[in-house]
Design a protein around this ligand. Structure first.
Ligand code: IDP
Ligand code: MG
Length: 168
């Protein structure tokens, strides 16, 4: 069954210049990239993204982590991969949440670490199931940023929308 999955290259992955390595590893899946962008992560977006973990003792730290405050890199790369069994394939390549327990040949096993303050810095996020993927993709992307029709949309007309355009 074809599925969509949200992938984030987290700030530690960007700081360690791992973008190319991670995308190369993910290309082994033969899945299609249907959306990609760099994102400056607001606190609101980070809190929404990790809302299922808000009772955990490490919640505050992972919000700072996703916002780039632990790495002086205030951005993440967000991508949507699409294709047969996309979630399982990408999670297998990513490896376990705890980078020290992850298969050493997985992305997290190869490049992750646990900080002295206990944060699992695991360089990549991968949606965990189909409902999570839909929720997360809708959080990170607007329909027009994705080159296939993943979910139902409706057309609206935005009036007096303020935006920046190129000069000349
Ligand atoms: P996942 O990223 O493998 O889906 P989640 O349970 O959704 O794992 O946790 C989100 C993120 O929170 C993880 O990727 C990791 O960075 C961090 N995290 C999860 N569990 C722990 C923990 O027990 N200690 C420290 N950080 C954790
Ligand atoms: Mg998760």
């Amino acid at each position: 069954m074809n599925q969509a999955v949200l992938i984030l290259i987290k700030p530690d992955g960007l700081k360690k210049s791992l973008t190319g390595n991670i995308l190369t590893r993910l290309s082994e899946t033969k899945l299609e990239i249907v959306a990609a962008k760099m994102v400056r992560v607001s606190k609101e977006l980070a809190v929404n993204h990790y809302s299922h973990l808000k009772e955990k003792p490490f919640f505050g730290e992972i919000i700072k982590y996703l916002q780039g405050e632990l790495h002086d890199r205030k951005k993440v790369m967000a991508l949507v991969y699409w294709g047969e069994d996309a979630i399982k394939k990408c999670r297998e390549l990513a490896g376990a949440t705890n980078p020290e327990e992850a298969d050493p040949t997985s992305i997290r096993g190869s490049y992750g670490r646990i900080t002295t303050t206990g944060v699992y810095e695991n360089v990549i996020h991968v949606s965990s199931d189909v409902p999570d993927a839909e929720r997360e993709i809708k959080l990170w992307f607007q329909p027009d940023e994705i080159i296939v029709d993943l979910y139902p949309t409706q057309e609206i007309v935005k009036k007096e929308l303020r935006s920046n355009i190129w000069v000349s």
